[in-house]
Write a protein that binds this ligand. Sequence first.
Ligand code: ZN
Length: 124
Amino acid sequence: MTEADKTTFRDTLLALRHRLTGEVSHLADEALRGRGGEASGSLSNAPLHLADLGTDNAEQDFTLKLLENQEQALTEINEALERLRLGTFGRCEECGAAIPKGRLQALPYTRHCVDCARKVQQSL
Ligand SMILES: [Zn+2]
């Protein structure tokens, strides 16, 4: 992987992180509002604890699921950025093989090659 490639992937990851961060705060807002009318107003300055949010209705449940996924993705993005810094970005964590560039372009924060990703999925 060339320095130019790394720069491109870093830019992609940063842009993705920026977008997800915006979506996460929007979803968190929605989840809080969904909790119910007037009462939620006093919560707006409180730190967000997912476990504290009610899951009374399906829509809110869905929003929280989405939020969880997005936060998971954000974690993956941050770790991918860390791997870029360390110089291990683009290597499969399982078998150590270079992850094909096409896969990295589709999923820049992936930590596994296609074969290992499939194995990891199956073992879940
Ligand atoms: Zn692998």
